[in-house]
Design a binder for this molecule. Structure first.
Ligand SMILES: Cc1ncc(COP(=O)(O)O)c(C=O)c1O
Length: 461
């Protein structure tokens, strides 16, 4: 049986990169121009992480497809890393959003639509009181502040290697007993992260209990299923124990549903019947328009209501938070897109994708795994799905990069991504992650699986 060697990966990657550049002269030119007026040549510096040497410049994003400025058309399986999970520019959102944009974009005042939004969020996710912010990072930052104020405690507990946005308290890793700010973290808030954060491994209840026992943790922040390091499912009983232990130790539980909403119309909170004190959901909640929602209990809300209203400017949201356009987009998304019908289309297709990739792994005897939550499918270069965040650092591709100085994409992953882009398929730039939207078709799923097999056959040749 032929082997995938590093030499072959590097040689095929160079070939694919050459093809990538040739097919995108206009994107390349725009990137070079943008270097004069943008830091790193992109409007947000992490847009540099796309493979191929420069990002494609998008002309249009519609449904499950992108077209770039060179006229290349792509099946988009990245979908704005969940922001456009429900499809690009969905007419169901564009209609009501445009109407609201014409009636006013931002006012520092509420509109009537916020009532229906609040009531629907409660019906769906359980929490009685809501706030609307611009991004999930904003909402998580605000949630942690609220938790500190409410409990009078300082510490946040997060699960190792989980990602919750640009939130310093969660950008801390435990690397075999060394607690450190995430390597590369810009301008860390504290030099000694143990003053801010406690980290335990997901699914490690013994460690969790030990970490909560001193009674100084304000809040545990958790995704219901870890998504950003490859999917890590909770062990049976994990969430029940997490809820029991947080209550026993007077710690608030924050569920960050931002990615795991791909599990169903009420996310994994609905699927697993979770009962958090604080709830955050950003990215697709407004059909791709910038918005996030933050749910809290009545008791926590009472604390906010007692505060001097002016003081809520000091650390809460921003002037544009809760703007009428965002509210209109959330309403339209909840009513028309984040629905049972959408998931009835997306989940079976994602299962088909998962089975297709699994069959390839088996056929070619690859030491890789594939996993899925709802309409999200990922495969990684590890023989088994990790149970703990730390395990994800043993992805074989990582042997080829210095994680501290180079980042999180090894050559094998880069090769797969550029290969796919050259065949008209966009994967998320982080991991081999694919999302199925309500507009993605069965034929497109088959095409993706076929491209992955062709890509692997070239490596094995
Ligand atoms: C689970 C989770 N929470 C929060 C965020 C932050 O979202 P945003 O970057 O839109 O603020 C992310 C981003 O990837 C995420 O994966």
């Amino acid at each position: 049986m032929a082997e995938i060697t590093l030499e072959k990966v590097r040689e095929r990657l160079a070939r694919e990169e050459e093809r990538y550049v040739k097919a995108r002269p206009r994107s390349k030119k725009l990137f070079e121009k943008a270097r004069h007026s943008y830091s790193a040549g992109v409007p947000m510096s992490w847009m540099q992480i796309w493979p191929g040497g420069f990002p494609i410049f998008v002309k249009e994003a519609k449904g499950a497809h992108l077209t770039d400025v060179d006229g290349n058309r792509y099946l988009d399986l990245c979908l704005g890393d969940t922001g456009a999970l429900l499809g690009h520019a969905p007419p169901e959102v564009i209609g009501p959003l445009t109407e609201q944009l014409n009636r006013g974009i931002t006012t520092m005042l509420p509109t009537e639509e916020c009532i229906a939004v609040g009531e629907e969020l409660t019906r769906r996710f359980g929490l009685p009181c809501w706030q609307i912010l611009m991004t999930a990072s904003d909402a998580n930052r605000m949630a942690l502040k609220i938790a500190r104020e409410y409990t009078g405690r300082r510490l946040t507990l997060a699960f190792n290697a989980a990602y919750h946005g640009s939130v310093d308290e969660t950008l801390v890793v435990d690397f075999f007993g060394n607690l450190m700010n995430m390597p590369g973290l810009m301008g860390p808030l504290v030099e000694d992260p143990s003053k801010m954060t406690r980290i335990v491994e997901f699914n490690d209840l013994e460690a969790l209990e030990k970490a909560l026992a001193p009674g100084d943790v304000a809040c545990v922040i958790a995704e219901p299923v870890i998504t950003n390091v490859g999917i890590i499912h909770p062990d049976p009983g994990f969430h029940e124990a997490l809820r029991r232990l947080t209550r026993e130790h007077g710690t608030l539980l924050l569920i960050d549903e931002t990615h795991s909403i791909c599990g169903g119309p009420a996310g994994m909170t609905g699927e697993l019947n979770l009962d958090p004190d604080i709830f955050v959901l950003g990215k697709p909640i407004a059909g791709g328009y910038p918005a996030a929602v933050l749910g809290i209990t009545r008791e926590i809300s009472a604390m906010i209501e007692k505060r001097v209203p002016w003081h809520n400017f000091f650390g809460f949201g921003g002037t544009l938070s809760g703007n009428p356009a965002a509210v209109a987009a959330i309403k339209a998304t909840l009513e028309n897109l984040l629905t049972e019908d959408s998931f009835a289309h997306m989940v079976p297709l994602a299962k088909k994708m998962e089975e297709g990739i699994r069959a390839i792994i088996k056929r070619h005897d690859l030491p890789w795994y594939v996993s899925r939550i709802g309409c999200r499918v990922e495969f990684r270069f590890l023989p088994e799905p990790p149970k703990r965040g730390i395990d994800t650092f043993f992805d074989v591709d990582y042997n080829e990069v210095d994680l501290l100085t180079e980042g999180l994409s090894g050559p094998l992953e880069l090769y797969i991504h550029v290969y796919c882009a050259n065949r008209g398929i966009i994967l998320s730039p982080v991991h081999n992650m694919a999302l199925v939207s309500p507009m993605t078709t069965a034929e497109e799923v088959d095409r993706y699986v076929q491209v992955i097999e062709e890509c692997i056959l070239e490596l094995l040749a």
